[in-house]
Design a protein around this ligand. Structure first.
Ligand SMILES: Nc1ncnc2c1ncn2[C@@H]1O[C@H](COP(=O)(O)OP(=O)(O)OP(=O)(O)O)[C@@H](O)[C@H]1O
Ligand SMILES: [Mg+2]
Length: 502
C-alpha cells in the first residue's frame, strides 16, 4: 500500500543571517486543502520560512518537497511554477501603478507583443470581485487605504491560481468587514482544494480558521496542535514557553489635571464636525470606532501632520500652533503612527539612528555636534525595555521582523519623554508576549503622569486598557464611556452610530 505524500513538506531547514540564527532544523508539512496556521513570537522565523517557500530567500540547509519530490525554489518564478504564492507581510505593491497593473505586474498578458490592458482590466475585475473589493482596476493604487491595498495584494496572489497560498499577517490592516471577506475567501479556497498557510498574531483568527497549528520559537519547531486542541491558552504556552495570566494588569492610579485639551477641532477629512475632549495627567484614554471613523485623521491633525481647519489644541495649558509637528513635539506631544513605513521609521538605516531621530534637536551639543553617547544610551534602554530582538543597535531596520520594527517606532518616540503620548494601533503586528510588555509600559508611563490617547481596533485592548474611552463614527465623537460603563455592546452601539440605546 502506498500513502500519498503531503502536498508540501519542509525538512530540517536552516537559515542564518549575520548574527542571527533565523531557522534551525525546521520541519513542516501541509496537506492538500488544509489551512495550516504558523504562529510564534516576533522574530521566531515565520516570515523567513515563508520567504524561503516563496523563492525570495534561499535556505542554508534542508530540503523542500512538493508532492514528495524535492524542488529547488531558487526564484519567485520557480515557486510559482511549483504552485506556491506568498502574500507578503509588508505591502509589496507599486504605488504609482493602477490596481490592475499591480495584480499582473511582471506577468502581463500580451497581444501582438503589447500589454493587453483590456484583458488585464477584465481579469483583474474578476479577482477583485472574488475578494469583495469594490474598486475599478484602473484606480491608482496610491489612492487606496492600506486595508484596501492589502486586499489588492490578496487578489494578486489569487490570480496566480496557486495550490499553496501563504498569507503572512493578512489582516493586520483590514477592517472587520474586510477581515470577514478574507475569511470567506480562505474557506472557499480550502473547499476547492487549495492549501493555505496562515500567519497571524490574532489568536482568535487562528482558532477560527486553522485545521492545524505549527508553532515556531526562536527559529525552531516548538510544537503542533491538531484542530481539537487549538485554544488561546495552548497557543500561548507553546509560543512563549510560559503562562501569560493577568493580560491587562491595570492598577488604580492617580488621575490629575487635563494635560491635553482639544476644543472644536476640525480635521480636513471631516470639516463639518468639531471634536472636543481632554485627556488628564496619568489617564489612559482609548479611541474606538470602525476603520474609517476618522480616528487616525484626528491624531494626525492634533499632531500637526494634517492642518486643522479650526479649533484649538492645548498641552499643559499652552496652545500648540496648528500644522507643525515640530511645535507639537516641543510642546510635549508625541505620535506613534499606524503606518510605520510611511511615518514611523526609516527602514534603510539602523536601529540607533532611528531611535535617535526625534531626539536629534534635544541631544545636540554646542557646535552642532550630536551627542552620540546620549543616543547610544537611549537606544540601549529602549532595546532592553521593549525587548527589541536585534543582533546589535546598528542593525538595519528592514532586516528586523515586522513586530520588532513596530517596537523601534515606539522606542523612537518614547525617548522624547512626552507629556502627552498619542498611539495609533500601538500593538499592530506585535506578539502576545510583547503586547503585554507594551501594555505594562503604557501603565508605567501613566503612573509617571503621562497622558495617553490610544487608537485601537481591538475591542479587548480598548476594554482592557482604557480609563475612559471615546468612540467615533464617521468623523464625530459619538460617545464617551467611563471605565465602569465600558462594555463591548456599549462601544459597538456608539461605533455604528446607533446612540438610541444610551
Ligand atoms: N534579511 C535579513 N537580514 C538579517 N536578519 C534578518 C533578515 N530577515 C530576518 N532576519 C532576522 O531573522 C529573525 C526571524 O525574522 P522573521 O521576520 O522571520 O520573524 P517573524 O517570525 O516573521 O516575526 P514577526 O512576527 O515580528 O513578523 C529575526 O531575528 C530577524 O531580525
Ligand atoms: Mg513576520
Amino acid at each position: 500500500m502506498t500513502t500519498t505524500p503531503p502536498l508540501l513538506e519542509v525538512r530540517q531547514v536552516g537559515k542564518r543571517f549575520p548574527g542571527v540564527r533565523a531557522l534551525h532544523q525546521v520541519d513542516l508539512t501541509l496537506a492538500q486543502g488544509e489551512v495550516l496556521a504558523v504562529v510564534g513570537e516576533n522574530g521566531a522565523g515565520k516570515s523567513t520560512l515563508m520567504k524561503i517557500l516563496a523563492g525570495v530567500q534561499s535556505p542554508d540547509s534542508g530540503q523542500i518537497l512538493v508532492d514528495g519530490r524535492q524542488v529547488q525554489l531558487d526564484s519567485v518564478s520557480a515557486s510559482i511554477a511549483s504552485g506556491i504564492s506568498l502574500i507578503h507581510q509588508e505591502l509589496n505593491l507599486a504605488d504609482n501603478l493602477q490596481v490592475g497593473a499591480n495584480i499582473f505586474l511582471g506577468r502581463e498578458p500580451r497581444r501582438f507583443g503589447l500589454i493587453d490592458e483590456r484583458r488585464i482590466n477584465i481579469e483583474a475585475q474578476a479577482v477583485l470581485e472574488r475578494v469583495g473589493l469594490d474598486v475599478p482596476p484602473t484606480r491608482l493604487l496610491a489612492e487606496l487605504s492600506i486595508g484596501r491595498q492589502q486586499m489588492v495584494e490578496i487578489a494578486k496572489a489569487l490570480s496566480v491560481k496557486a495550490r499553496v497560498l501563504i498569507m503572512d499577517e493578512p489582516t493586520s490592516s483590514l477592517s472587520t468587514h474586510e477581515t470577514e471577506q478574507l475569511f470567506r475567501v480562505v474557506k472557499e479556497l480550502r473547499d476547492s482544494g487549495v492549501s493555505v498557510i496562515y500567519i497571524s498574531h490574532r489568536l482568535g483568527e487562528v482558532t477560527e480558521l486553522a485545521d492545524r497549528v505549527t508553532v515556531l520559537r526562536d527559529g525552531e519547531n516548538a510544537g503542533e496542535l491538531p484542530r481539537e486542541e487549538i485554544s488561546h491558552d495552548n497557543l500561548v504556552r507553546l509560543m512563549v514557553g510560559r503562562d501569560i495570566s493577568q493580560f491587562y494588569a491595570r492598577r488604580p492610579h492617580e488621575i490629575g489635571e487635563p494635560l491635553l485639551e482639544v476644543s472644536n477641532l476640525r480635521t480636513p477629512t471631516w470639516p463639518q464636525h468639531e471634536l472636543t475632549f481632554s485627556v488628564r495627567r496619568g489617564e489612559i484614554v482609548g479611541v474606538s470606532g470602525l476603520v474609517g471613523a476618522g480616528r487616525t485623521e484626528m491624531l494626525q491633525t492634533l499632531f500637526g501632520i494634517d492642518r486643522a481647519l479650526g479649533g484649538t489644541v492645548k498641552v499643559n495649558g499652552t496652545r500648540v500652533p496648528a500644522a507643525s509637528p515640530r511645535e507639537a513635539i516641543s510642546a510635549g506631544l508625541a505620535l506613534v503612527p499606524e503606518d510605520r513605513k510611511q511615518h514611523g521609521v526609516i527602514v534603510e538605516i539602523g536601529v540607533r539612528p532611528n531611535i535617535g531621530l526625534p531626539g536629534l534637536r534635544r541631544n545636540q551639543l554646542k557646535l552642532g555636534m550630536l551627542n552620540a553617547a546620549v543616543e547610544r544610551r537611549d537606544t540601549q534602554t529602549m532595546i532592553e525595555k521593549l525587548r527589541i530582538k536585534t543582533p546589535t543597535a546598528e542593525q538595519i531596520v528592514q532586516f528586523l521582523s515586522g513586530g520588532n520594527q513596530q517596537k523601534v517606532v515606539l522606542g523612537k518616540w518614547l525617548t522624547l519623554e512626552p507629556k502627552v503620548l498619542l498611539l495609533d494601533e500601538p500593538t499592530r503586528g506585535i506578539d502576545v508576549g510583547a503586547k503585554q510588555e507594551i501594555y505594562g509600559l503604557m501603565e508605567a508611563l501613566a503612573e509617571q503622569g503621562v497622558a495617553i490617547l490610544f487608537v485601537s481596533s481591538e475591542m479587548e485592548e480598548i476594554l482592557g486598557m482604557s480609563d475612559r474611552a471615546l468612540v467615533m463614527h464617521e468623523g464625530r465623537i459619538t460617545g464617551e464611556l467611563a471605565r465602569s460603563d465600558l462594555s463591548e455592546e456599549a462601544v459597538m452601539q456608539l461605533a455604528t452610530g446607533r446612540s438610541d440605546a444610551a
